[in-house]
Design a protein. Structure first.
Length: 315
């Protein structure tokens, strides 16, 4: 066995001729050669196994480079570009400023107790969410909290309540591009913990559980107030089915975000504010929207503050 100078001249390589000493030497050789490979990889890969980033490269859709983002690893992800500024000027954000706005992707940078945080809008639905998450991850972000609005389907959930998603029904298309449909869309446990802690601390009415993410607002959420008024057979009765399976709500991005984050080794979470209750009218009033948005922003910002503080303290 040619694993050391001492053994190099031994001619017999039959398995039965391998001694205990050989096995130990082989082990040492394998471990040390593996380390060498690991070190070589470090020159092109960062410790998470992702490709090393070029700080000057501007991402295609977000219009940001690593020089803009102050090394931020945390991002809040509203859907609506208008909500980005509302979040960024909410306490405890310090020095909020806009970095870029291209199409539906608007990004602000702010600091929570000195830690940089990005707020980027994803637009509506999985495809644009996947772009935002991809490009933010390329810039070094590894922790994502969706800050959305939602329609509740359980009878005990009210307008303005906050829903912390633990997992999502993958009624989207984008997540299948990241992992097969058998792969779960689950939130990172730490993000669920801080979101619940924040909602409880703020005295907001909240619910924790499974969300259904649909690629469509109308048929996939079984809305009859659509142009045709017709719900394709596939979706007729689906809301009652999800209700009986203890799904709490409908929205359009969580499944993509959570599947991607799991598959890419990132941390994903989702909190939404209820703006419609799916009993009777499907209409979303201005007052309901305002209340749902206000509550979800408060919950998400406080949750991120809790997380930043915990992680800065090394917890
Ligand atoms: N967002 C959705 O996707 N559905 C609703 O009912 C409300 C907000």
């Amino acid at each position: 066995m040619a694993v050391s100078g001492k053994r190099a001249s031994r001619p017999d390589t039959r398995l039965e001729s391998v001694s205990r000493e050989d096995i130990v030497l082989i082990g040492i050789y394998m471990i040390s050669s593996h380390r060498v490979i690991g070190m070589e990889q470090a020159s092109v890969m960062n410790p998470k196994g992702n490709r090393r980033r070029d700080r000057t490269k501007v991402t295609y859709h977000l219009g940001l480079s690593g020089r803009d983002t102050a090394g931020a690893r945390y991002a809040l992800l509203p859907g609506d570009p208008a909500r980005v500024e509302t979040i960024a000027v909410t306490l405890p954000f310090e020095e909020p400023r806009e970095l870029a706005w291209k199409r539906e992707f608007r990004t602000w940078l702010g600091y929570i107790h000195g830690t940089p945080v990005l707020i980027t809008s994803t637009g509506i639905g999985g495809p644009s969410t996947s772009i935002a998450v991809e490009e933010l991850a390329q810039l070094g972000v590894d922790t994502f909290i969706r800050v959305g609005t939602t329609g509740a389907i359980q009878p005990y959930i009210e307008s303005g309540d906050v829903i912390v998603t633990t997992g999502a029904v993958r009624l989207d298309g984008a997540s299948i591009h990241y992992a097969p449909i058998e792969y779960p869309a689950v939130a990172h446990h730490l993000l669920v913990t801080v979101l619940v802690e924040a909602a409880r601390e703020l005295g907001l009415p909240y619910h924790v559980g499974i969300t259904c993410s649909s690629d469509t607002f109308y048929p996939g959420q079984e809305r009859k107030d659509s142009f045709s008024g017709y719900v394709p057979r596939r979706f007729q009765g689906i809301t009652e089915e999800w209700r009986r399976l203890h799904v709490l709500n409908y929205e359009m991005e969580a499944a993509t975000l959570l599947t991607m984050c799991g598959a890419l080794g990132l941390r994903g979470g989702c909190v939404t504010g209820v703006v419609s209750v799916r009993r009777g009218s499907e209409h979303i009033t201005k007052a309901a929207l305002k209340k749902g948005e206000r509550n979800v922003i408060r919950a998400s910002v406080r949750a991120l503050e809790l997380l930043v503080d915990k992680e800065a303290a090394g917890d």
